[in-house]
Design a protein around this ligand. Structure first.
Ligand SMILES: Cc1ncc(COP(=O)(O)O)c(C=O)c1O
Length: 484
């Protein structure tokens, strides 16, 4: 017997949304009850977050439960957490409440994830929209229109000044975005199997990326999944000499392994390497011979995206002509690999069940809007202004506490300083003191080891920077006491 097809008949379309017929989901989204529910949630969040506008010590009554959760967490994951940090789930701007009742000034934001700070009403609203999108995760087989919107938005930003980036592949982690980037390059240049990267590179935690990352202890006991050769990065104190050194080394490598290189992989501001900026001259002198040798150029913008004078650091350094494959992540909530049409793989080497959670895509789009609303970009945009203000305040501390804090202070919204003698021990104890005082920053680099800040670009104000400087001075005094 034939099935009753009447259940498949289209339902009459009643209203128009944006001048097109609408779906039942469209009418759900425009239901006034949804708007009212969002309004009530925003009102409640604002009310409960109101007191969270300065740092605060933990509540003694909450400490035992908190400590027990930390211990259980360590057991469950097979190792203690890097920080004794468990969020309460609420914050206000850069201030975040922990589950022990303490409030911290968060200038690291999960190493760049909290671009709008904490409990931003725009992101909560977007997350509700994401929750109304049915699927918790989207993926290759069953996608939703917001994924298309995100891809087109990122491609629009990436091609603003002429980069040839035609395609965008979403993914759930920076490591996966970088894996996809490497696969695209290796596939294109097969059988070439070597990559050129910079000293101190960090690319993520997959097997191939552990080989690319220049930290031997991150690949201890692991097989080497990729052959990588390293170039020295730009030395801010000796720009010409270090550029010459890097270019000479590049030529030596190209001669030593002719036809074996599938890609040149670069962070344009050394991230884990210590927040040292690159420059147009430095990268151009490397990218030109790479281009001539037909080696694909990959820019990892997972940490730099939205933190310079342009959405992408390759635009900040006017390197659009060299951007073959670009990855982003962190602040965008969903990660992505952007690449040109010349690089479309000929085989099915790229695919994932999960490309992003509906809420991640919605909050990522809302974050991009919030960054635009703050006026972050431009030579005189908020990213530059806040960097200059922050760096000037750090310079004052450097003069007041010589040998305790020193520069250079990073690039735009990637701010950094060197504590004490630049040893790992000094940086670690400075970071721990800051944590106790209530200011969140994190170590980076080696020789010297430094403390970095990633203030949330969409919401940081001068008042927040002033609050960070007060906490930092307090920490410096304690550090001085401890280190003599
Ligand atoms: C430059 C860079 N690339 C890649 C990654 C890896 O991203 P994820 O930790 O999301 O895998 C990171 C993360 O810190 C990063 O900073």
């Amino acid at each position: 017997m034939l099935p009753n097809l009447s259940i498949l008949e289209p339902v009459a379309v009643v209203h128009l949304v944006e001048n097109r017929p609408h779906t039942h989901a469209d009418s759900l989204r425009s239901d006034p009850r949804i708007a009212e529910a969002k309004r009530l949630i925003a009102e409640a969040v604002a009310e409960h977050a109101q007191p969270l506008k300065q740092v605060h010590p933990a509540d003694d009554g909450l400490k035992p439960h908190y400590n027990s959760m930390l211990e259980r967490f360590g057991k469950a994951r097979g190792g203690t957490l890097i920080w004794p940090y468990l969020s309460s789930g609420l914050g206000k701007g850069p201030f975040v409440e922990l589950a022990d009742g303490s409030v911290k000034l968060d200038f690291i934001g999960g190493i760049g994830v909290y671009g709008c700070g904490h409990s931003d009403p725009r992101l909560i609203e977007a997350a509700i929209d994401g929750a109304l999108e049915d699927a918790v995760m989207q993926g290759n087989l069953q996608q939703h229109p917001p994924s298309l919107k995100m891809c087109e938005r990122l491609l629009g930003l990436a091609t603003e000044s002429g980069a040839k980036l035609d395609h965008c592949l979403l993914s759930t982690s920076g490591a996966m975005a970088n894996e996809n980037a490497l696969k695209i390059a290796l596939h294109r240049k097969s059988p070439a199997d070597r990559i050129i990267a910079f000293d101190n590179a960090f690319a993520g935690r997959s097997l191939a990326l552990a080989a690319l990352t220049d930290r031997p202890n991150y690949r201890a006991g692991l097989p080497v999944a990729l052959n990588v050769d390293y170039l020295p990065f730009l030395d801010p104190e000796h720009p010409q000499r270090s550029t010459r050194w890097a270019v000479d080394e590049l030529h030596r490598l190209l001669k030593r392994h002719p036809g074996r290189y599938a890609g040149f992989w670069a962070e344009l501001i050394a991230g884990e390497g210590g927040y040292y900026p690159g420059s147009n001259a430095f990268f151009t002198s490397l990218c030109k011979p790479l281009r001539e040798a037909g080696i694909p150029i990959l820019f990892d913008e997972i940490q730099t995206f939205a933190r310079t004078t342009r959405p992408f650091a390759f635009q900040h350094y006017s390197l659009d002509a060299f951007a073959d494959i670009v990855t982003i992540g962190k602040i965008t909530q969903v990660c992505a690999t952007l690449y040109g049409s010349d690089f479309v793989p000929k085989g099915p080497v790229l695919s994932q069940t999960f490309t992003g959670a509906s809420a991640s895509i919605a909050t990522g789009l809302a974050t991009l809007d919030a960054i635009d609303a703050m006026g972050c970009y431009g030579a005189d945009g908020e990213n530059v202004r806040r960097h200059d203000y922050f760096a000037a305040e750090l310079e004052k501390l450097a003069n007041k506490y010589p040998g305790v804090l020193s520069g250079p202070f990073g690039e735009v919204m990637m701010v950094v300083f060197t504590p004490g003698n630049g040893s790992f021990e000094h940086a670690k104890s400075m970071m721990d003191i800051m944590y106790d005082v209530g200011l969140l920053g994190f170590v980076c680099g080696s020789d010297p080891t430094r403390i970095r800040f990633l203030p949330p670009p969409a919401i940081t104000t001068r008042e927040h920077i002033d609050a960070a400087i007060v906490l930092l001075e307090h920490s410096l005094l304690k550090f001085q006491e401890q280190t003599g």
